[in-house]
Ligand binder design. Structure first.
Ligand code: UD1
Length: 420
């Protein structure tokens, strides 16, 4: 097991490179199963989740080569369409291979993911959509066993789901006729998947916001695609600059993807200056100020940034209520922030009341999920004294060598081995 040892209070200055979004790389890797031609993805960090998807694709008989920040995937010799529990239980996005396998090969057997620390996370929307497209689906021994053939359908999602949008899209691109998905997710990572699929020859367009029209084609070709910038990694470094009163140039960061986040942070007097290849975030004269935040689907405030902003507001002036609307159990970082001296009252499963304090203090804390874990690292950067953040394998899922990026801009952080 590894942990981060952080001595807080260092202002961060310098350049941080923001890489391709984990949440865009993963669905596009799954989309490589739709073609026998090579799919080449640039701007990819070797995150542990990317490694899990790589192993999963290899288990189907695909080849995956990594060189620098480029992944080359060839699914021309797929000889297995079973996604085993070991992969899906490690990373839920593994479930997204269901749609492309079923569309291209006519059958797929994919382990059900089960719940996770942030919520029950059912997959009913995925399965209902595929059934409406003609799939015969049985649940056997914890697996979804699905058979085609698929046909086009008019599909209404009961709620917006990023993963169900990815999965249904990937099923529809090779399915004859025009499938319409109502209440589809519009996250930048969905748009990135659509861009890659279109370059592969897919026929997809937005009929109106949240309504996607997909006309199936008989085959898709290969693609070279540069993955969209990671808006949550970007938000994480913005908060890092803010809580340390530093100034960072986020190379490759995209302000246009994080307006909901900059809107709530701008009130703290943080200055954002766009450049051709990124932007500056300057918090040297900031007065951190709390405002109410409610998470919702894009373009609303992202659930993945909820824990990050809670850390920021825990040392801001004033009070604020933060409400998590997407997942039912995404407040696991709060008791750990409380142990660092934050005044946060849990109002119910979804909402917290944050009363800013003048400073946090270091102690040993435990990451329980990816974004909640990073929120603790950000708190530690601002805190007085030493903090040990344990169970950082959660953080490695979505941040590649976070400690090196932070150290390069002045943080006192190291990765240490711990017995538990
Ligand atoms: C993706 C992101 C995750 C982000 C989330 C919301 C990846 C790898 N993960 O997760 O980081 O926090 O979008 O932006 O890209 N739901 C159902 N039934 C379903 C599907 C979803 O009830 O069949 C519910 C979920 O439990 C959740 C809500 O819908 O409460 C939204 O989930 P969804 O958008 O599907 O999240 P993911 O795609 O799993």
């Amino acid at each position: 097991m590894y942990a981060f040892k952080i001595n807080g209070g260092k202002k961060l200055f310098g350049t941080v490179e923001i890489k391709g979004a984990k949440n865009a790389v993963l669905p596009i890797m799954a989309a490589a199963l739709l073609t026998d031609q090579p799919v080449i993805l640039n701007n990819v960090s070797p995150l542990s989740d990317v490694c899990v998807m790589t192993q999963l694709l290899k288990s189907f008989g695909a080849t995956v080569q990594e060189q620098d920040d480029t992944l080359t995937i060839a699914a021309n010799a797929v000889n297995n369409t079973i996604a085993i529990y070991d992969f899906v239980s490690k990373m839920r996005a593994s479930f997204w291979v269901l749609g492309p396998l079923l569309a291209r090969f006519g059958h797929a057997t994919v382990s059900l993911p089960g719940g996770c620390t942030i919520g029950a996370r059912p997959v009913d929307i995925y399965l209902k959509a595929l059934e409406e497209m003609g799939a015969h689906i049985k649940i056997e021994n914890g697996y979804v066993v699905a058979h085609g053939p698929l046909h086009a359908a008019d599909i209404f999602f009961r709620r917006v789901s990023v993963g169900a949008t990815h999965n249904t899209l990937m099923a529809a691109v090779l399915t004859p006729g025009t499938t319409v998905i109502h209440n589809a997710a519009m996250e930048p990572e969905v748009l990135d998947l659509i861009e890659a699929l279109k370059k592969m020859g897919a026929n997809i367009h937005w009929k109106e916001p949240k309504v996607l029209s997909v006309t199936g084609v008989s085959r898709l070709g290969g693609v070279t695609h540069t993955v969209v910038s990671d808006r949550i990694e970007t938000a994480s470094f913005i908060v890092a600059a803010a809580v340390t009163k530093g100034r960072l140039f986020l190379k490759g960061g995209r302000l246009d993807l994080i307006e909901a986040i900059t809107d709530v942070i701008k009130k703290s007097g943080i200055v954002f200056t766009p450049h051709a290849d990124g932007f500056d975030v300057d918090a040297t004269n900031a007065t951190l100020t709390a405002v109410p935040v409610t998470t919702s689907e894009y373009p609303g405030f992202p659930t993945d940034a909820q824990a990050l902003i809670t850390t920021l507001f825990s040392i801001a002036a004033g009070e604020s209520i933060t409400t998590e609307n997407l997942f039912e159990n995404r407040l696991m970082h709060i008791p750990e922030l409380q142990r660092m001296g934050a005044h946060i009252q849990i109002l119910n499963n979804q909402s917290v009341l944050i009363k800013g304090v003048s400073h946090l203090s270091g102690t040993t804390v435990m990451a329980s999920d990816l974004r909640g874990g990073v929120a603790l690292v950000l708190a530690a950067l601002a805190a007085r004294g030493e903090t040990i953040v344990k169970r950082i394998y959660h953080i490695d899922r979505g941040y590649y060598r976070l400690e090196e990026k932070l150290k390069a801009v002045g943080a006192d952080i190291e990765r240490i081995k711990t017995p538990v």
